[in-house]
Ligand binder design. Sequence first.
Ligand SMILES: NC(=O)c1ccc[n+]([C@@H]2O[C@H](COP(=O)([O-])OP(=O)(O)OC[C@H]3O[C@@H](n4cnc5c(N)ncnc54)[C@H](OP(=O)(O)O)[C@@H]3O)[C@@H](O)[C@H]2O)c1
Length: 268
Amino acid sequence: MNFKNKVVVITGASSGIGEATVIEFAKRGADIVLVARRKEKLLEVEKKLSSFSGSSFVCQCDVSNKDQVTEMSKKILDKFGRVDILVNNAGFVIYGKVNELSTEEIVAQMETNYFGMIYCTKAILPQMLEQHSGHIVNVASVGASFGVPGIASYCATKYAMLGFSEGLHHELDGTGVGLTVVSPIMVRTPLFDHPSFDNFSKFSTGISLSSETVAKTIIKASNSSRLELVVPSVARAGIWFKQTFPFFINPIIGNRFRKQLTKRNKPN
Ligand SMILES: NC(=O)c1ccc[n+]([C@@H]2O[C@H](COP(=O)([O-])OP(=O)(O)OC[C@H]3O[C@@H](n4cnc5c(N)ncnc54)[C@H](OP(=O)(O)O)[C@@H]3O)[C@@H](O)[C@H]2O)c1
């Protein structure tokens, strides 16, 4: 696909996967809208785009706030008149047992990871339908297929995202607008800088990916007819095993991640 002059809106553009995705689209000549809460971080990312041909537009917005999302989409449509690709990537995770997390912490993850995606989709989709073209990429996780101890409420946000996306994917059939979910395994990003991850053995729990690898899959997803791209694709086999033999796989997952959760609770 030729991305030159395509208007690409990326939420969570100030860091990690979002930042890498901004750069991958910019390399391909797209006009980029960078969305996140920290304006100074967005401006730092925008500076890295000076050598690319496309334009950029920084939009400070908390995606969990519906009014801010409405305002953001108005600004984008006033400036560009269209949106070709929306990457719903903003998200965060709080580590801990359900019994330890406050209800507010559980709800906050849903408000950003799930409702943030809903607000952005509802704000931009009508324009895409009017254009008879466009693609929505929702960044979920393999946690959309496994309920993992320590991140139960985060997994719930991604299960919700995947279920919503599957239904919407069917609804969009024949409209010219597409939707694809990108579900990575663990990625080396500041996502795990949240204080709840202190004492968590980051990136040592098997393989992890770079943000650039995921960003390249997001590029592929933005022109794909598939519902979900799992990164790496071999992880799809794990999802198939879990869904086909849950009685066998679930105890293994439970044991593996419970151990990590228990270890974290022990003083060093
Ligand atoms: N890292 C992983 O292992 C991994 C694996 C699978 C899926 N994912 C998913 O990938 C996505 C990106 O995460 P990442 O790993 O790149 O983490 P990250 O480096 O912490 O980036 C998260 C981004 O989301 C933005 N954000 C958070 N809350 C927001 C809000 N309310 N409104 C607007 N922007 C908000 C942050 O910017 P501000 O703080 O400036 O708002 C930041 O740009 C998330 O949805 C995450 O669930 C990550």
